[in-house]
Design a protein around this ligand. Sequence first.
Ligand code: CAP
Ligand code: MG
Length: 436
Amino acid sequence: MMTEPPGRVDMGYLDYVDLSYRPSESDLIALFRVEPAEGISMKEAAGRVASESSTGSWTELTTRTEEIGRIDARVFWIKRPYIKVAYPSILFEMGNIPQMLSCFAGNIFGMKALEGLRLVDLSIPSEILSAFPGPGFGIEGVRSILKVQGRPILATVPKPKVGLSAEKTAELAYDIWVGGVDLLKDDENLTDQRFNRFEERLKLVMRMREKAEKETGERKSYLVNVTAETKEMLRRARMVKDYGNEFIMVDILTVGWAAFQTLREEAGDLGLAIHAHRAFHAAFTRNPKHGMSMLTVAKLARMAGVDHIHVGAVFGKLEADKREVELIVRNLRENRIEEGRDHLAQSWDNVKTVFPTSSGGLHPGLIPKVIKSFGVDLIIQVGAGVWGHPRGGRAGAKAVRQAIDAALEDIPLREYAKDKPELMEALKLWGTRGHI
Ligand code: CAP
Ligand code: MG
């Protein structure tokens, strides 16, 4: 006969389900969509999620004690296919996003007992939020760098996305700045390649910025892609500062959260604002039955301290659910979100706001829809919709600015375009619909 070790407490999956539990203020709440595998009940599947993401494993453990039971995650709500799990904050190392993800977004995605699992939303308690820096500038800070109020900020990325030389990039920068764009942006896969060296590009673009600012009397800046191995990324961020620019850009998901956290600290020391590109997100956000939502990514990004983040353009070339984009935008711009049927409540305390960036397949004909849907506290990022203009980038930039003005004045595009040849030509070419 086996003897039980002293203090041992048996714990099955169903013990992780306690529908009478009321989460405490310091619990982190996760909303999951769960699809149990054949033969597994919803309750057991839910229990398995809480178990594997906190203290449990596939069998009962001789080493488990009552003390350890205090840090169990608990399923406290089930409404098929959704469940809510409360994680005591002691489960988490403060200020460590990789560790947090390894709990509620780790092994559980691979469990054979689940057909599908999606992390839909997180409600992050103040105790955890306060361990992170949040954005250094936020919407207000970025607006005051650029001295632009009351309208969306306009950015453009030279196309082709890779292949242009540093000299050509600088030349194009001048064109679009003079055409009315506020921010030049690097593309997500342009970093320091042989055909376009990072420092060379930065130096030449900065020179052009001086010229463009003098000629237009407007502030112009550059979202410089520093994405690289972590130490190299920090070196590049310092270089951006040395050349006198205000922003860096980073592909937050391909560099990883740890690298991003390190970069955020460096940017804080240097006084640089951060533009976050989300390349790679669709690998795990796109399947509605599995993976993790973009809403979750955006909330972690606000907590970790991005100043801008791509949220999807809805009307453009890339997949984005309008309802989810609206929720993301609210979570980036507001300080308190009440719980709703498909999302959790969130208090942002004094964490600064983040500029949502709408991008991907945009062109002048879509601008009024974007502004109508997401408002003016927005960065509108247009690539091919500038560089595909029949009369080149400068005319393309003008056409987008004209479309923004038309939307703000609430004048239909075709009417506004009557005495604006740039906008008229863009509308002739692309119309007012999205292109995939
Ligand atoms: C837009 C873009 C962005 C996408 C990313 C591109 O260019 O620069 O990377 O918007 O998607 O290369 O596709 P276009 P999202 O304007 O030429 O489409 O913003 O959804 O993260
Ligand atoms: Mg791009």
